[in-house]
Ligand binder design. Structure first.
Ligand SMILES: [Ca+2]
Length: 310
């Protein structure tokens, strides 16, 4: 076969295509892990093709919300939107999504296999009393957060859950597990962020790890009401590394921007008396004496109240 003959060019073209495909697949295999912060369109403020429409139900199977895959009836809601006599709560910015019965939104992120990550998100309930949001990483953890009790006067709360990456990609999914009679009820989701977690080094002369709570989930700047930490009793990983959250939703991760924090930037607020419980198992030596010291404040919201008054 002569060089330059049609068959030769076809073969060359095929080889080039194969090399391009190889290059493309190699690139995706080496994709950089997700950076800390908002997921792609995690605040739902990127307009879908055709722009935002009031009360826009997104069709099943479509990918009409940039960055997200959708299952079931997912509604892109706008701030100020009414439903019956109620104004729908949008936790951040002008837009959020509402998940109908059994509906879900999901996103695949590149992660480091074996590493631990915390997912932070904001959620609000609409009309049903027992609304809940199931958060899962496909093939891994799945946890349902009960949205019944509200701790934030603005009508929504931020939550954080953790998972360990079992692969180089993590498919994070938020689903409404409810089957309400009124299909327009269902939780609202907004502001989805991720943070890679690190286990702090063991401090000198201290057997408690992460005792200053400086390592924890992503917090947006000026997070007025902190981040609620649902119980992680059934999980191997915690959004506050080294600590178990034994109570459900009664522990809050807070930031020195809005709260008085005794040391550093972060602390834990136990919200409701006996129900707020965190714990850590520490290594000890038999017959050795240990002293436990900690800083306790009762005025964590002092600064917050002043902020709200202005
Ligand atoms: Ca938003």
């Amino acid at each position: 076969m002569e060089r330059g003959s049609p068959r030769g060019r076809c073969a060359l073209l095929a080889l080039c295509s194969a090399l391009l495909l190889l290059a493309a697949s190699a690139r995706s295999a080496w994709a950089a892990p997700v950076e800390d912060g908002l997921l792609s369109n995690g605040d739902f403020e990127t307009a879908p093709a055709g722009g935002f429409v009031k009360s826009a139900s997104v069709a099943e199977g479509a990918s009409s919300i940039p960055g997200w895959t959708i299952n079931g009836t997912v509604e892109l809601i706008s701030a100020g939107q009414h439903q019956g006599g109620m104004i729908l709560i949008v936790p951040q910015g002008d837009h959020a999504v509402r998940l109908g019965n059994d509906a879900s939104v999901g996103q695949v992120v590149e992660v480091e296999k074996g590493s631990e990550y915390a997912i932070t998100f904001s959620a609000a309930r609409t009309c049903a009393q027992l609304e809940a949001l199931n958060v899962s990483v496909l093939g891994g953890v799945s946890q349902t957060v009960d949205l019944q009790t509200l701790y934030n006067i603005e009508g929504w709360d931020a939550y954080a859950l953790a998972f360990q990456a079992t692969d180089e990609q993590a498919h994070i999914q938020f689903m409404n597990p409810g089957m309400e009679d009124d299909p327009t009820c269902g939780p609202i989701l907004d502001n989805v962020a991720i943070k890679k977690l690190f286990t702090p080094d063991k401090p000198k002369d201290n057997v408690v790890l992460n005792g200053d709570f400086e390592e924890g989930p992503w917090m947006f700047p000026n997070t007025s009401f902190g981040v609620l930490l649902p119980t992680n009793l059934d999980e191997q990983t915690s959004a506050i590394p080294c600590w178990m959250i034994e109570s459900n939703r009664a522990v809050r991760f807070i930031d020195s921007d809005e709260y008085k924090v005794p040391q550093g930037k972060r602390a834990i607020e136990l919200l409701s008396g006996k129900e707020g419980i965190i714990s850590q198992m520490v290594e000890t030596t038999p017959q050795k004496e240990y002293s436990l010291t900690f800083t306790l404040g009762t005025d964590a919201r002092g600064i917050l109240q002043r902020v709200l008054q202005h």
